[in-house]
Design a binder for this molecule. Structure first.
Ligand code: GLY
Ligand code: MN
Ligand code: MN
Length: 440
């Protein structure tokens, strides 16, 4: 029999914190749906991050109902044991196994949702639930809550409201615990090593997908469960597509590779981007522009500290990037006017970064009461300025066309300022040139 590989105290502690904020309410989280790839074959399953965050339970067709201060407090609906199905799709904990192994107060079969869930919600005024993640369960819950609301209003027993869980859980997930930081650091450490594997392996003539394979092997053999998101391995002008998905072109002599890839360790992911020449040597234009972008990225990382905002960092990025564009004569005009007219946008059409954690674009709002959120110790964010010059951008000298540069590190905000958790992944020109293609 399988046993949970995680310490259940972690999930219980998170529910305890959640309980302090949700007395009298029910927090309901459904597992991710399974998605069909073709016929009876599914896409690899990965649990919904909020569901995993609160339960550690990885099976589909499950629903968590958490009612702070009530008995039972933590209830899980799970798929029942089914030996013939388990022969095909593997072990299930079942109703008893889930209760005994996951520190859950009461468990039911998912088949019992329609009979048991209304009873659990009878004395509840407010339900936290996020729609549109599990459409099937949305229908069940909306039907149940509609009937309950009707019943309650008829018997004058108050009403029923539903609020999105995203803000509530996002707030909790924003500041990482010591345990969570440890997992992210491990994801970062492994991902840095796998990036180095790719640097050593790259040679002109290789296919992007072969390099992708090197990265996947690198993270998996070091203990990651999977990639944290679809890796981007983009050579030449493919790098100017922000979320390039094909990863199927031949790496050509003279081109740069942009690789944006991160491994997921115990559900926490890294998110690293590096750019370097396929043949191991930057040409003059590549080197000059890359060096300027690297200086800009390092300057931004150095600005991370409690009290800083992502908005502030983005403003600094835009200002410094406009200077680079002027310096390279890719833009002409007055600096402040160019910024005002967002002329940088065609070269840099994204934000400076995002929260990082269980999700690559992690939970948590960027604003609090309409104001930019201040960074606090324990938050984790990426810093990833970019400069993209699409091949077909008119009026740009030939030497720049098709260059795509993004440099991305994963930064932990600390009391003293910051810690760059991906600093072991080379990004200096000399370090890159020393390692590229140097596979033993
Ligand atoms: N890897 C996706 C991103 O950097 O946002
Ligand atoms: Mn990112
Ligand atoms: Mn990325």
């Amino acid at each position: 029999m399988r046993k949970p590989i995680y310490d259940m105290g972690i999930f219980q502690a998170r529910r305890k914190i959640l309980g302090q904020k949700t007395k009298g309410s029910a927090v309901i989280v459904a597992s991710n749906p399974e998605l069909i790839r073709n016929n009876d074959v599914h896409y690899p399953y990965r649990q919904d991050s909020n569901f995993f965050y609160l339960t550690g339970f990885e099976e589909p067709n499950s629903v968590l109902v958490f009612r702070a201060g009530q008995t039972p407090e933590t209830v899980l609906f799970v798929q029942p044991k089914n030996p013939s199905m388990e022969t095909w799709t593997g072990f299930r904990y079942g109703v008893d196994g889930a209760k005994n192994n996951f520190q859950i107060d009461a468990t039911y079969s998912t088949d019992q949702l329609e009979t048991e869930l209304p009873k659990l919600l009878m004395d509840i005024d407010k339900v936290y639930y996020s729609l549109f993640i599990n459409r099937e369960f949305d229908k069940t819950l909306l039907k149940i809550t509609e009937e309950l609301a009707l019943k309650k209003s008829r018997s004058n027993k108050g009403n029923f409201t539903i609020e999105d869980t995203r803000v509530l859980l996002g707030e909790m997930r924003l500041k990482k615990s010591a345990f969570e930081i440890e997992q992210i650091k491990k994801a970062c450490e492994i991902s840095c090593e796998a990036h180095i594997d790719v640097m050593k392996a790259i040679r002109p003539g290789m296919n992007e997908r072969a390099l992708h394979g090197v990265f996947i092997k690198g993270i998996m053999e070091r203990g990651c469960n999977r990639e944290g998101y679809g890796s981007i391995l983009a050579t030449g002008s493919n790098a100017t597509t922000l979320h390039y998905v094909y990863n199927d072109q031949v790496c050509r002599d003279g081109e740069l590779l942009l690789i944006d890839a991160g491994g997921e360790f115990n559900y926490f992911t890294a998110d690293i981007t590096r750019v370097y020449p396929v043949n191991g040597k930057f040409n003059d234009t590549q080197k000059r522009v890359y060096q300027k972008m690297l200086t800009l990225q390092k300057d931004l990382v150095a600005q991370v500290k409690p009290g800083q905002t992502r908005e502030g960092l983005q403003k600094m990025a835009i200002s410094a990037l406009t200077d680079i564009l002027l310096d390279e004569k890719l833009l002409k005009g007055k600096r402040e006017e160019l910024i005002e007219k967002k002329e940088y946008f065609k070269f840099y059409p994204h934000g400076i970064g995002h929260w990082l954690g269980l999700d690559v674009h992690d939970a948590g709002t960027t604003e609090v009461n309409g104001e930019p959120r201040h960074l606090e110790a324990g938050m984790v964010l990426t810093i990833e300025p970019g400069l993209y010059i699409p091949e077909d951008l008119p009026g740009i000298p030939e030497e720049y066309l098709g260059i795509g540069i993004r440099i991305e590190d994963d930064i932990l905000v600390t009391d003293a300022g910051y810690e760059n958790m991906t600093e072991k992944c080379p990004k200096e020109v000399s370090d890159l040139e020393a390692i590229i293609g140097k596979q033993a």
